[in-house]
Design a protein around this ligand. Structure first.
Ligand code: 5GP
Length: 125
């Protein structure tokens, strides 16, 4: 008998970042703790462009609930630690959370972009 009808498909857990969070796809982590993994964006938009993803699958910032306060805080704390480790804390960084279609989100799994190493314009496009 096929397992197909029993295997629930979910766009969040099935996404590339869901697979990275479960270690099904290996990455060179620049930082990892109990809550998050951080790794280089494959298409960097700045000299330093890191993604921080939670290990708990969540679609985006709009899907966060009260139960996610610790995890969401851990994403920001990790962003600051990544900036220090990669030498861009002094010059400054931008942390971006794209959420949903108008936000420009292309991967349906929460990820914070950490951008640095050059001056970043404002407003975003
Ligand atoms: P979004 O547009 O959803 O905010 O950002 C998705 C980001 O993930 C993009 O910057 C894209 O370059 C990056 N990305 C997509 N797939 C992969 C992947 O398989 N590996 C890595 N390292 N980055 C990815």
């Amino acid at each position: 008998m096929s397992n197909v009808e029993n295997s629930a498909s979910d766009p969040v857990t099935d996404s590339i970042f869901g697979k990275i969070a479960r270690k099904e796809i290996p990455v060179d982590a620049v930082y990892e703790d109990d809550f998050v993994i951080a790794f280089r964006d494959m298409s960097p938009q700045a000299p330093v462009h890191i993604l921080v993803i939670p290990k708990k699958p969540v679609e985006n910032a709009l899907a966060l609930t009260d139960a996610d306060r610790e995890m969401a805080g851990a994403v920001l704390v990790a962003a600051a630690e990544v900036a220090r480790r990669l030498g861009i804390a002094e010059s400054g960084i931008r942390i971006v959370l794209n959420a949903g279609a108008d936000g420009g989100q292309t991967v349906p799994y929460l990820h914070a972009h950490i951008l640095g190493g050059r001056h970043l314009g404002w407003p975003p496009g």
